[in-house]
Design a protein around this ligand. Structure first.
Ligand SMILES: C[S@@+](CC[C@H](N)C(=O)[O-])C[C@H]1O[C@@H](n2cnc3c(N)ncnc32)[C@H](O)[C@@H]1O
Length: 271
């Protein structure tokens, strides 16, 4: 009697970190923004970038690729995700680039890695600090970890869909990305969100990533950045493409935004 081997589904064969990088991250656009912003604010080239909550260190790799004067330090608490980044991202760097990147396993609150010109906290990771004192402590530790003219670049999202318990899906190359705002508590603004992936064969990777965080507002974040000691905390809002009426990918300092259903912006705090 022949043994029947069950054919593996696409979800079983896929790698969640690879899917995350391909659906969530745009490290080239991120580093373009960081460099343009630094060059607009400072008269010297930037050297050291610290990527907090670096995960697979994809963005840190992009930083060292851009210039032989660029150094990167990635900080993440999870040794497994850092290992994945070493195996899949750092191996794509040439010998000189690899010399200029270090990964540190630990809590961002205790990151002690010398003065950085730029600290990056992307994809809302700092929202895991759910109280004012906790977020202030993090912002103070970033302030202390910057060179005297250093800048802190972070992102935020919002809009009237942000606190709703809804799912949004987006087609990617070979799979569907699903953002699931599973639970929102209006009393403390605590949220549970998940990322799921679906595949053309009907299989699904459920809760590939889950986040428990607080939906912070821009005025709260700016006030805490100033309280932590930064001299400014500017919001960089995305412009609108006149033909499509969609975002044009160009972020500029602004004091007025649009009351849209969903927006993503950058914040830049100067030490
Ligand atoms: C949403 S991922 C962010 C990945 C990447 N920064 C990006 O832009 O897509 C959040 C990461 O933060 C890490 N993390 C959570 N708490 C942390 C902490 N206290 N210190 C350092 N890393 C932490 C997790 O291990 C995870 O890799």
């Amino acid at each position: 009697m022949a043994l029947m081997r069950k054919k593996k589904k696409m979800a079983d064969l896929a790698d969640p970190h690879d899917l995350y990088q391909r659906s969530v991250q745009d490290t080239e656009a991120e580093i373009d923004f960081v460099l343009e912003t630094w060059n607009a604010l400072r008269d010297r080239p930037a050297g050291v970038l610290r990527e907090d909550f670096c995960g697979t260190a994809n963005t840190a790799c992009e930083w060292v690729r851009r210039s032989e004067d660029h150094y990167a330090i990635g900080v993440d608490i999870d040794g497994d995700v850092l290992d994945w980044g070493v195996r899949h991202n750092l191996t794509t760097l040439d010998a000189d680039e690899s010399e200029r990147i270090d990964l540190l396993q630990g809590d961002v609150l205790e990151a002690d890695c010398g003065a950085a010109d730029i600290v990056l906290a992307m994809n809302f990771s700092y929202w895991l600090f759910r109280s004012r004192p906790e977020l202030l402590a993090y912002f103070r530790s970033v302030f202390d970890g910057l060179s005297e003219d250093g800048i802190f670049v972070l992102d935020a999202y919002g809009g009237y869909d942000a606190p709703r318990e809804i799912e949004e899906s987006r087609e990617c190359d070979g799979f569907t990305y699903i953002w699931d705002q599973a639970d929102f508590n209006p009393i403390d603004s605590g949220m549970t969100c998940h990322i799921h992936f679906e595949f053309p064969d009907g299989s699904r990777m459920d809760r590939a990533f889950s986040y428990q965080w607080r939906l912070w507002t821009l005025p709260e974040i700016r006030e805490l950045l100033l309280e932590a000691g930064f001299v400014s905390a500017e919001v960089y809002w995305e412009g609108t493409d006149e033909d499509s009426n969609e975002g044009n990918g160009i972020y500029e300092p602004s004091e007025v935004g649009d009351a849209d259903a969903g927006w993503i912006c950058y914040l830049v705090a100067q030490r």
